[in-house]
Design a binder for this molecule. Structure first.
Ligand code: 13P
Ligand code: SF4
Length: 301
């Protein structure tokens, strides 16, 4: 604690001075998640919270696409991302030109875009989704086929649950693609009775070996409501650290895959963000209007 205390105290004072809130994703480290964040959650919850806040400044302790989503929903507020290099392999996997090419290949098929994308890619889309509402969004369109971008594994995992035909892209999350079915079987052998929860960005073969699959918030709720004796969360490392603090009676088995992008956000970079007002997120208005429509259409469901 003493190592963090200076930064924590400074951040709490800076938040008051600037009327700022810190929205933190579930993959942030425990000192951010538990000591300085005002609101925490999965991508869907962060988008909803961004819509509801009346703070002057939003610091997004997460990755760049999350800060862009907050800015889309708050064009008149300052949204800060503490490190501009906090990206995402999924967001990097696709460009607006790729989306236009997909549309040409599949005319009249609507495009559902995962929020893990740039605002420019969202702007080419009909509607956004998160891992927490992907199936619902796909089925809400009332059509037999949809294009779902850019996460191939999320698309295939949703396809396994719905009658809607899904045309995927070939993006992958560099953290979740590393989990394997063999690893799940080894975990079960080493920890008999362990309950396995997998994020839907994991390969479908991994999700098939798991007991349950859901967004980071859904996994957290599962632990809170079902109270398994032993659990493994097949997702980013810090998630287990954060959930375990709240459930000392549950044994967490922790294979550790770190997201290097999430880990760029630290108490130090959050403090500098508030001290120096950096890095403000800006979005070209011509891109922001259609991107906002796609996000708001999702949030209206
Ligand atoms: P959630 O929406 O489930 O929090 O996932 C976001 C993410 O980036 C997972 O890798
Ligand atoms: Fe992107 Fe994967 Fe990191 Fe989530 S965990 S931000 S999907 S690279």
């Amino acid at each position: 604690w003493p190592a963090f205390a200076g930064d924590v105290d400074a951040i709490l004072a800076l938040k008051r001075r600037h009327n700022a809130v810190i929205l933190a994703h579930n993959y942030q480290t425990p000192e951010i998640f538990h000591c300085v964040a005002d609101l925490v959650g999965d991508s869907l919850a962060l988008a909803r919270m961004a819509m509801d806040t009346c703070a002057d400044v939003i610091v997004l302790a997460g990755v760049h696409f999350m800060a862009e989503t907050a800015k889309l929903l708050n064009p008149d507020r300052t949204v800060l991302i503490p490190d501009l290099a906090a990206g995402c392999s999924l967001a990097e996997s696709i460009t607006p030109a790729d989306v236009r090419a997909m549309r040409r290949r599949h005319p009249d098929v609507p495009v559902v875009t995962y929020v893990n994308t740039s605002a420019a890619v969202k702007a080419e889309s009909d509607i956004c989704c998160t891992s927490g509402n992907a199936r619902r969004v796909v089925e809400s369109l009332g059509v037999p086929r949809v294009i779902m971008l850019p996460d191939e594994y999320l698309a295939r995992n949703v396809a396994a649950e719905t009658a809607v035909e899904i045309i995927p892209w070939h993006g992958h999350c560099e953290v979740h693609e590393r989990f394997t079915p063999a690893e799940v079987r080894e975990l079960r052998e080493a920890h008999p009775g362990v309950v396995v929860l997998a994020h839907p960005e994991c390969p479908p073969e991994v999700v098939a070996e798991a007991d349950f699959s859901g967004s980071t918030a859904v996994m957290s709720d599962f632990v809170a409501t079902r109270r398994p004796e032993q659990v493994v969360l097949l997702t980013e490392c810090s998630m287990s650290d954060n959930v375990a603090v709240r459930h000392p009676d549950v044994a967490f088995i922790r294979p550790c895959n770190l997201c290097p992008h999430m880990k760029r956000i630290t108490l130090g970079t959050i403090r500098r963000a508030l001290e120096e007002g950096r890095h403000p997120v800006t979005i070209d208005p011509a891109v922001a209007a259609p991107a906002r429509r796609a996000v708001e259409r999702m949030l209206a469901l």
